[in-house]
Design a protein around this ligand. Structure first.
Ligand SMILES: [Zn+2]
Length: 257
């Protein structure tokens, strides 16, 4: 049995028996960890029960065992209450947390992904009306990057030549990126046509990384197109479905037509 101390974000929790909970944490140094929080359901234990709510940021100590790990101690750093009190913010935060929960592997650290989720939660917390759609674009592009699934955007996916600046850029979701104007004629690609400013925006987000959460502006007419492109790309390249996506679409009044 070994003892682990780390920073963590609560991704989800569910009840175990009368008094306990199982908490899924995303930790800075150890990736995803699932641990039993003893007596976390008891009202006498407010310190624990308030710190294991989704999105809470804590210092934790966990006993690693051969069966289920056990939460030994928890010290709150920040509870992100605002993310649970606002329906739209909660819907986005749940969506991002579930993405990390599905993609994160137990005891496989991904500190960049940890920083992305944490910084995104801080950004959502202080976000103003209309900013969440932008955060949604930046988060998902960087999420792909930190999972090693960044689209090919500087070179032609097929021939490997540096991509020339063109008015129209050919993007194939299944191939995973841009196809040059020569190669595009050689096969039956399923192409999304992107304008130069749309591709420039994607490139800028990848250059700025976490700073893009604060510093980038995305015009509302670009949001819808980028949102669909990233969605198609993620559905194809990530092997999981998200329950929270439907919830988010309901909250946003998403029109399925
Ligand atoms: Zn090519």
């Amino acid at each position: 049995m070994s003892l682990i101390k780390t920073e963590s974000i609560v991704l989800k929790q569910f009840d175990l028996g009368e008094t306990d909970k199982i908490i899924t944490f995303f930790t800075k140094e150890h990736g995803k960890i699932r641990a039993v929080a003893k007596k976390a359901r008891s009202s006498k234990n407010n310190k624990i029960s308030a710190s294991v709510l989704p999105f809470c940021y804590n210092h934790i100590t966990v006993y690693k065992t051969k069966s289920l790990d056990r939460l030994n101690n928890i010290e709150s750093i920040y509870r992100f209450e605002n993310l649970r009190n606002n329906l739209e913010k909660m819907a986005y935060s749940s969506y991002f947390a579930e993405m990390v929960e599905k993609a994160g592997m137990e005891y496989h650290p991904n500190p960049d992904l940890f920083s992305l989720l944490l910084n995104t939660f801080y950004k959502i917390e202080r976000s103003k009306q209309g900013e969440l759609e932008k955060i949604n674009i930046v988060f998902r592009l960087l999420f792909l990057l930190y999972l090693g699934l960044k689209p090919t955007i500087n070179y032609c996916y097929e021939c490997g030549k540096k991509y020339k600046t063109l008015d129209i850029q050919y993007f194939d979701v299944k191939e995973g990126g841009l196809i040059c104007s020569k190669c595009v004629q050689t096969k039956n690609y399923k192409i999304d046509k992107l304008l130069q400013n749309e591709m420039d925006l994607i490139k800028r987000i990848y250059r700025m990384r976490l700073k893009a959460l604060d510093e980038i502006e995305i015009k509302s007419e670009l949001i819808k197109k980028l949102d669909k492109l990233i969605d198609d790309f993620s559905v194809y390249h990530l092997d999981f479905e998200l329950k929270s996506k439907e919830f988010l679409q309901i909250i946003l009044g998403f029109d399925k037509n």
